[in-house]
Write a new protein. Structure first.
Length: 132
């Protein structure tokens, strides 16, 4: 995703929870995401680190994701970005859409994300894996 107004890039991973995703799968996905963003493709200078945007089925599922996010905590460096909101939030006017960050703070979807001058890097070869 390129933020045209700032000429900056943000790499986004999107999960849409219809309400029946298994909690273990959610936890594994959050852990895998945190491992994914530590890959060299995202650590290269000026490259965008991914943001995980999670659309939850309802407020209860959103609280589950936030609890699992804390449980999957990675203590080896900078904070990895998460934005989560229930479906009902997306139905409202854009000015009233508040997303919850991995820190539990409410705000606009891109609040606190500056983006980078370059998009995220691609794997070194077409057969190289993204997920480590």
């Amino acid at each position: 995703l390129r933020l045209h107004t700032t000429r900056r890039h943000i790499t986004v991973a999107l999960v849409v929870d219809p309400g029946d995703l298994n909690a273990d799968w959610c936890l594994d996905t959050l852990r895998a995401f945190k491992a994914w963003v530590r890959r060299p493709e995202f650590r290269a200078g000026g490259r965008s680190r991914p943001v995980l945007v999670w659309v939850a089925a309802n407020a209860r599922r959103m609280q589950l994701v936030l609890a699992l996010w804390r449980q999957a905590a990675w203590h080896g460096g900078g904070e990895v970005a998460l934005r989560v909101a229930p479906w009902a939030t997306l139905a409202g006017p854009a000015a009233e859409r508040h997303w919850i960050s991995g820190h539990g703070l409410a705000g606009p979807l891109w609040n606190g994300l500056n983006g980078q001058a370059l998009a995220s890097g691609r794997p070194p070869a077409h057969v190289a894996a993204w997920w480590g």
